[in-house]
Design a protein around this ligand. Sequence first.
Ligand SMILES: C[S@@+](CC[C@H](N)C(=O)[O-])C[C@H]1O[C@@H](n2cnc3c(N)ncnc32)[C@H](O)[C@@H]1O
Length: 217
Amino acid sequence: MNPEFWQSRWQEGRIGFHKSDINPLLVEYFDKLDLSPSSRVLVPLCGKSLDMIWLAQQGYEVIGIELSEIAVQAFFAEQGITPAIHQLADNPAMKYYQAELAGQTIGLWVADIFALTADDIDHIDALYDRAALIAMANDMRPNYSQQIRHISDNAAQLIITLSYDQNKKDGPPFSVDDKQVQQYYSDHYQVYELASGPTSIGSAPDLTVTQQVWHLY
Ligand SMILES: C[S@@+](CC[C@H](N)C(=O)[O-])C[C@H]1O[C@@H](n2cnc3c(N)ncnc32)[C@H](O)[C@@H]1O
């Protein structure tokens, strides 16, 4: 999916992927990462996910990356927070929104994830990927997983994936099965499946879908 696809989804309010509750799998499994207080957690392709609030409430600094400025502005507006906005002098296409929430810093980049460097992001202790890897089409996923590893210096990850018969539905969300998770990450991480179970996709309610939670370390 190209950036224009996602920009128009946000412009037109077609954001069925956004949840009004904290993801229960995040709450159940994030402590498997065994992070120290104040760890810096990267949330790639973050949208305006409320999961970032939960992470801040657990005492983590949150760094999000999101293409759409509409999403980033909505995230802070819906929390009633006025963020500081930093415009990058050398790249007008990028901005960084920052505010304090639950005593922690939340910093959200308005940027294409592929345009950011490890220096931009700074040290990362862990990464939470919900609807990010599976938002990338098959041909983009090797680059995405490489970029994620590069900007986070192979930080541990909690990833939630969906798998289903890709012939029966177009993504996003795209199907990413065990073999693909291994293919993208097993050269650099221990890949451990924490949970697996049936779920459904709103746009294809009759499709058989499996949801999996992965710990990469
Ligand atoms: C399926 S949504 C998931 C959002 C969020 N993780 C959640 O759980 O609600 C994918 C998000 O990634 C953003 N996105 C897509 N491609 C991107 C890219 N190359 N760089 C940064 N953000 C991107 C989209 O704008 C969209 O908000």
